[in-house]
Structures are given as C-alpha cells and as structure tokens.
Design a protein around this ligand. Structure first.
Ligand code: IMP
Length: 214
C-alpha cells in the first residue's frame, strides 16, 4: 500500500513521511505540475489537482494524496491565503513582515492579537474511486523578525500558539504544556513542528477516515 503524494515541495514530503511512517504506510513523491484554479477555497484547489493528476497515476490501485495549505493573516484580511505560494515567491517572508511593521505592542497579548495568523491545510486522499477530504488548522502569530534554520516557506516567521494537555491550541498569549516559547517553526525541529502543524492535523484526520475506504 503506497501513498503517492503529489507535490514538488520536499519539506511537505518529509513531514508526510514522518507522519505516515508511524502507521507503516510508505509515502512516495509524485512530481506532477497541476494548474491551480482561481479559487478562494483550498478544498476546490486540492480537488481540482486530484482530478488532473489521476490519469497519470503509475498504478490505478495506488492512493493519491494532495495537500494544499496557506497562511491566513487576520490583520491582512486573511491575505495571502490561497495566494501564499505566489506571495512567497514575490514578496517573500520579508514582504509580509514589512506589511505588518505597524502592528506591534509592548503588551505581549495585544501584540499577539495584532499579529494573529493561522496556517490552514486541506488534504485530499483518493483511493479506489473515492476521495476523503480533511482539514487542519494551526493558529499562531507572525514574528517580528525571521528565524531561519529548519523548515520551509513561511516557517521562519510563524509562531504557533501553545497547546493544552490534549494538544488543542490555546488563545494567543496563554501558556500551555507544549510551547515553542516564541520561536517560529523555522527555529524548531521537524518532530516538534509536527505537534502543532496544520498539515499533521489534516493528515491525522485523514487517517481517522481511512477505514471507510476499506
Ligand atoms: P501549497 O500551495 O500548499 O504548496 O502552499 C502554499 C504556500 O504556503 C507555499 O509557498 C508553502 O511554502 C507555504 N506553506 C505551506 N505549508 C507551510 C508550512 O507548513 N510552513 C511554512 N510554509 C508553508
């Protein structure tokens, strides 16, 4: 049983492998460039990619996974959202920081609320003519400066909210049992990112529905 993960992003493949290996499911990268429909909805984008890629699957019995994510910044009316890829290529993480320069406060809770953002991911798995759709969200805030190191994309500027003992995200500023202590995803290990990650949440939710596919 192999899951073909359709993406050109090696960072995403590493995260999916880390996750599915715990369940003994191998993940292989499926490099196929699908066109993205103009839509404000991540699910529509992901389903369209599945449709485009299916005829190219190496074996029709294999499973195909597509996952689409975006960074949604509250103060920017959810920008860049579904345009995250394009915005990362053009403005970059520095461009996002620039757009948010005026949003700061000495009070950490107010600062966190002014700079509130979330990652959202939609994962779609195709198997034997059926599709399951799952979502994952990771709330947090945008840092004031980047922390390079681990990760990819917006990881250097995104600080996830703390988690309670059940793994649920807490409101900005609340201290939880799991915390990066203000370090963005870019400054923590892949293993630690998985505790908070929108992608991991979407993939876990997919696995919960896995049995219905037989
Ligand atoms: P995609 O369309 O799902 O590949 O993601 C849209 C953009 O968001 C890409 O530029 C990714 O690099 C970025 N992105 C998606 N997920 C993450 C993440 O977990 N961390 C940082 N950036 C991400």
């Amino acid at each position: 049983m192999t899951i073909w993960f359709m993406t050109t992003n090696q960072g995403k493949v590493d995260e999916a492998r880390e996750h599915f290996s715990k369940f003994g499911i191998p993940v292989r990268q499926f490099e196929f460039e699908a066109s993205e429909p103009q839509s404000k909805d991540l699910e529509i984008v992901a389903l369209s990619k599945i449709e485009q890629a299916l005829p190219h699957l190496p074996n029709e019995k294999d499973m195909l996974l597509v996952e689409d994510a975006g960074l949604f910044v509250s103060a920017l009316n959810d920008f860049p959202g579904v345009y995250s890829s394009y915005v990362l290529e053009t403005l970059g993480t520095h461009g996002i920081l620039k757009l948010m320069e005026h949003l700061h406060s000495e009070d950490p809770i107010r600062d966190g609320n002014l700079r509130k953002a979330e990652f959202r991911a939609v994962a779609v798995l195709y198997k034997d003519g059926q599709t399951i759709v799952a979502e994952g969200v990771c709330p947090g805030r945008i840092a004031h400066k980047p922390t390079e190191g681990e990760g990819f994309g917006f990881d250097p500027i995104f600080i996830p909210s703390d988690l309670d003992e059940l793994g649920n995200a807490l409101p900005v500023g609340e201290i939880g049992v799991k915390s990066t202590h203000g370090t963005p995803f870019g400054g923590i290990s892949l293993e630690e990112k998985q505790l908070f990650s929108h992608r991991r949440r979407a993939l876990s939710s997919l696995l919960e529905h896995f049995d219905i596919l037989g």
